[in-house]
Design a protein around this ligand. Structure first.
Ligand code: 2AM
Length: 204
């Protein structure tokens, strides 16, 4: 199976993105748009793996991810790549603090994979949520039109409380994603219950 680690856009927000891109859909000839329920940010792409390898990766990564505190992420910027012959439209991560938390999660995962001898990408992490892909490159005027169509979109943000180890199957109607393992981030800090107050009249 083809495996990757993904941060899915929560469904309640992917609808909002879907509405925002509705106008842009009409602007881009020949684009394949990602289904709302599939909108995600890839943290690592493994490629073809066996069931045993999947289990080993889940065992390796579960404690690594569980040590990372939850954080807010914001998806807002619109971009296209590659720069010269653009074929992908994506949404990028918001301000520096949020991008920093995501980078830190990515770095932890990458270190753990490298320690295990897993191949990782040499190039810099470029977190993005792919909206649409096209076989033939768009013209500069197409790219400008999509930028304008998506301009009113103000972005969506949410608290990241887990990531998914996902298997991807190709079907005639596009990729079908199945979460094989859910990897939760660190939970809320447990607050010790206050000792029973014996004297309710005492000042705070
Ligand atoms: P993309 O959104 O930039 O296309 C499932 O296919 C996910 O894995 C997609 O989000 C895709 O990223 C990413 N992906 C697919 N093939 C890849 C590869 N060879 N290297 C890195 N990421 C890949």
């Amino acid at each position: 199976m083809r495996l990757f680690l993904a941060l899915f856009v929560p469904l309640r927000l992917s609808g909002e993105i879907g509405q925002a891109v509705e106008a842009a859909r009409r602007q881009l000839p020949g684009a394949r748009w990602v289904a709302r329920e599939n909108l995600h940010l890839t943290l690592h792409f493994f490629g073809e793996r066996s069931g045993d390898q999947l289990a080993a990766l889940a065992r390796l990564l579960t404690p690594v991810v569980a040590a990372v505190p939850r954080f807010q992420v914001r998806i807002e910027r619109v971009g296209t790549f590659p720069e010269r012959r653009p074929r992908v439209v994506w949404l990028g991560v918001g301000d520096a603090a949020e991008a920093g938390a995501l980078d830190a999660l990515h770095a932890r995962i990458r270190e753990a994979l490298e320690r295990r001898g897993e191949p990782t990408e040499a190039r810099r992490f470029h977190p993005h949520v792919t909206l649409a892909r096209c076989k033939a490159p768009w013209r500069a005027s197409d790219v400008q039109r999509i930028g304008e169509a998506l301009h009113p979109f103000e972005g969506v943000s949410w608290e990241v409380d887990g990531i998914d180890l996902v298997a991807s199957r190709l079907s005639r109607s596009g990729p079908v994603y199945e979460t094989m393992a859910r990897l939760p981030l660190a939970g809320e800090r447990v607050v010790e219950p206050a000792a029973p107050d014996s004297d309710v009249s005492s000042p705070p």
